[in-house]
Design a protein around this ligand. Sequence first.
Ligand code: NI
Length: 130
Amino acid sequence: MTLGTPAVPAAASSINLAERLSRFSELWMPKKIADLNDYEVKITKLKGEFIWHTHEDTDELFIVISGLLTIQLRDGDVTLAPGELYVVPRGVEHCPRADEETAILLLEPAGVANTGDAGGERTAVLETLR
Ligand code: NI
């Protein structure tokens, strides 16, 4: 009889959004906190206005964690409070704005640039928070 050592799985642990948010202060710089199939779960802090842009190939999910997010659309604004979400459909031009510092969670396919088709200096290099 052989007494094997049972395989010990790596301890599973949750991802705490407040803890992850406490680790950075830059605005408009999304951080990856998890993968979901070929999607990325990202968090970011926002204040002020971003740039108008479009994602031609993908929808974009916004969930507000704290603060207040206005997603400006060409045919009207959508304002999200904590606990609210909105999906910007692919191909729809949008410009996020936050009058106070706001924290959000984003879900979109891996590799999607925050500035979409607009590009430019506000395009973020994605960092992962482990
Ligand atoms: Ni976008």
